[in-house]
Design a protein around this ligand. Structure first.
Ligand code: ADE
Length: 316
């Protein structure tokens, strides 16, 4: 079970799996099973390091989370959700969680290493991507989102910074720290988040329904996906502004410019994704779900079954 116990004066926080039926229970690992190397990234509550399995030599990204900091800032719930959401995932386009372990100070998540870093870096350096490249990455991102949703999770922070690239330049979606786990039976909000509609995610990619404090559903990830396609083709996100407040104004007013030079199929899919009403947004169940998106002319020629085995288009 997931425990957050306050024994004596020392708060302890554990993400260890003590349920033998849980996929993470077997082959338990400890801190000393790995050699730690370079820092890959740092967040407010965590550091990601390269970790090499001493037995196999295989390298991973090890996310080390500071327990005291998490407890002090009331982030225990989010760490648990991140672990639970990640452990549901099994897809080539999503960072896999192999093991979790802990020591006195920290929790550790052992993840797929995505050596080529963030899609964000390539968008900044190389955008506009040509249509073939944008189509390829959009297709991989869509398959990853499809899997996330099929496994009962809303990511809620889809953006180029959270789309990593592996050695062969295929994507790995990461950072489930803002995710929401949907009740499998009725697809309603879980009790943990029902009623609490605090802002999660990143201003530039936030959906209008979240700003209206409507219920947030899977379609919020589709909005963000539309922002990412726009960004790959233009170099900037559609609702860019100097402050979060001005970004929110633009999103509420659906105030973005569709560049003339975008191919017409791209204009069409972006416009269908950047739709204010989530029920009228492309990808929603009423509009045929993700299958309808795969059938859109923007994705003409995509080999959906095989894309993760193909050679990625060159990002010079
Ligand atoms: N930075 C954060 N997570 C990472 C990962 N899984 N691989 C590489 N760099 C990362």
């Amino acid at each position: 079970s997931l425990t957050h116990t306050t024994g004596g004066s020392e708060p302890t926080l554990s993400t260890e799996v003590d349920d033998p039926s849980h996929p993470l229970y077997h082959h338990r690992r400890i801190v000393s099973d790995f050699d730690y190397g370079d820092i890959l990234g740092e967040g407010s509550y965590s550091t990601v390091l390269i970790g090499k399995d001493k037995r196999t030599g295989k390298q991973y990204a090890v996310k080390r989370l500071d327990k005291a900091h998490i407890v002090k800032n009331n982030k225990v719930k989010y760490v648990m959700i991140e672990r639970d959401a990640l452990s549901r995932m099994n897809h080539p386009g999503i960072v896999k969680l192999y093991w979790t372990y802990k020591d006195n100070r920290s929790l550790y998540f052992v993840l797929d290493l995505a050596r080529s870093g963030e899609l964000y870096t390539y968008v900044r350096r190389l955008a506009p991507f040509d249509l073939e490249t944008a189509k390829f990455y959009a297709a991989e991102i869509l398959l990853a989102i499809e899997h996330i949703h099929e496994r009962g999770v809303i990511h809620r922070d889809i953006k180029p910074e959270n789309i990593l690239l592996d050695d062969s330049m295929h994507i790995k979606v990461t950072d489930f720290g803002s995710a929401k786990i949907i009740d499998e039976n009725n697809q309603q909000e879980g009790e943990d988040t029902a009623g609490t509609r605090s802002f999660v995610g990143t201003a530039e990619y936030v959906s209008p329904e979240l700003l209206r404090s409507d219920r947030v559903s899977k379609e919020a990830d589709m909005w963000a996906f539309g922002c990412v396609i726009y960004q790959m083709l233009s170099g900037k996100s559609p609702f860019k502004a100097p402050t979060d407040y001005l970004i929110f104004q633009k999103i509420k007013n659906l105030e973005y410019v569709m560049p003339d030079e975008f191919p017409s199929a791209a204009k069409d899919i972006i416009q269908k994704l950047l739709t204010s009403d989530p029920e009228q947004r492309f990808g929603s169940q009423t509009l045929g779900g993700i299958q309808a998106m795969k059938d859109h002319p923007f994705f003409d020629g995509v080999d959906w079954e095989n894309i993760f085995n193909l050679t990625a288009p060159p990002l010079k």
